[in-house]
Design a protein around this ligand. Structure first.
Ligand SMILES: NC(=O)c1ccc[n+]([C@@H]2O[C@H](COP(=O)([O-])OP(=O)(O)OC[C@H]3O[C@@H](n4cnc5c(N)ncnc54)[C@H](OP(=O)(O)O)[C@@H]3O)[C@@H](O)[C@H]2O)c1
Length: 246
């Protein structure tokens, strides 16, 4: 699929992987809908950067775990562009209180990391005649991976991967659905690690460094362009899963 002049919605695009992805789509000539939840200043900076590369970019604030707000966002997209070509379900959180029995953390992570993707998909797909959906999973979601202090995070990323495959079956051939499962990416989710912290956090990867958000955005652009990938999960974990599996 040629990306020039396509309309791309990236959820959670004020920071990290979403920010890099929004800018990458703008560099391809797309008009990007930059969704964010709370950081309007950061979203505006992303908009300014996107505007250096393409036209028609807009910011849309919406908490993607809130169906009413998502509906309003999608209505505005319909008014502005009449349709949507690409959806990246990127917005997500890590709950510091995550553990195997913390029910509140499970509900929080469920709403923000899985149900949010379902809600956005529900209201965005009626705007898509054809196109691509890319869900952002995590290496934690792969079978046997994750850790007890990320129990809810891992469980709902695993669920997101399963959802990706069933959604792919439901929406093909018009809309192709795939996912990317990153290892440790240097983003604000890790507290904006400095060079030394990145070096330490990157030691779990065979590549011995953290992954940069632009390296994940590359794979998202690939999936948006490719017309044969359907229901796949691309792992970009710097070899982390090979280390975990011994
Ligand atoms: N960083 C990693 O190592 C890593 C690894 C694997 C997978 N991932 C996944 O990659 C995705 C992006 O992670 P990241 O590291 O880039 O995160 P990040 O730096 O913490 O940024 C998160 C983004 O999501 C937005 N967001 C959070 N909850 C939202 C909601 N309910 N509604 C709308 N926007 C919301 C935030 O918006 P505001 O700041 O404006 O509120 C922000 O733009 C997540 O799904 C994460 O699970 C990350």
């Amino acid at each position: 699929m040629e990306l020039k002049h396509k309309i791309a919605l990236v959820t959670g695009a004020s920071k990290g992987i979403g920010k890099a992805t929004a800018i990458a789509f703008a560099k391809e000539g797309c008009s990007v809908v930059i969704n964010f939840k709370s950081d309007a200043k950061a979203a505006k900076e992303v908009l300014d950067e996107c505007n250096q590369h393409s036209r028609g970019n807009v910011i849309q604030r919406a908490d993607v775990s809130n169906e009413k707000e998502v509906l309003e966002m999608c209505e505005k997209i319909k008014q502005e562009f009449s349709h949507l070509d690409i959806l990246v379900n990127n917005a997500g959180i890590f709950d510091e209180n995550d553990n195997p029995t913390n029910v509140d953390a499970f509900e929080n992570v469920f709403r923000n990391n899985l149900l949010s993707a379902v809600i956005v998909t529900k209201h965005a797909t009626p705007l898509m005649r054809e196109g691509k959906i890319v869900n952002i999973s995590s290496i934690h979601g792969r079978l046997g991976h994750g850790r007890p202090s990320a129990a809810a995070y891992s469980a709902f990323k695993a669920a997101l991967e399963n959802y990706t495959k069933n959604l792919a079956k439901d929406l093909a051939p018009k809309i192709l659905v795939n996912a990317v499962a990153p290892g440790r990416v240097a983003t604000p989710m890790w507290g904006d690690p400095d060079v030394k912290e990145q070096e330490e956090l990157g030691q779990v990867h065979l590549i011995k460094r953290m992954i940069q958000p632009e390296e994940i955005a590359d794979a998202i652009i690939f999936l948006a362009k490719n017309d044969a990938m359907c229901g796949e999960i691309i792992t970009i974990d710097g070899g982390m899963s090979l280390v975990t599996l011994g």
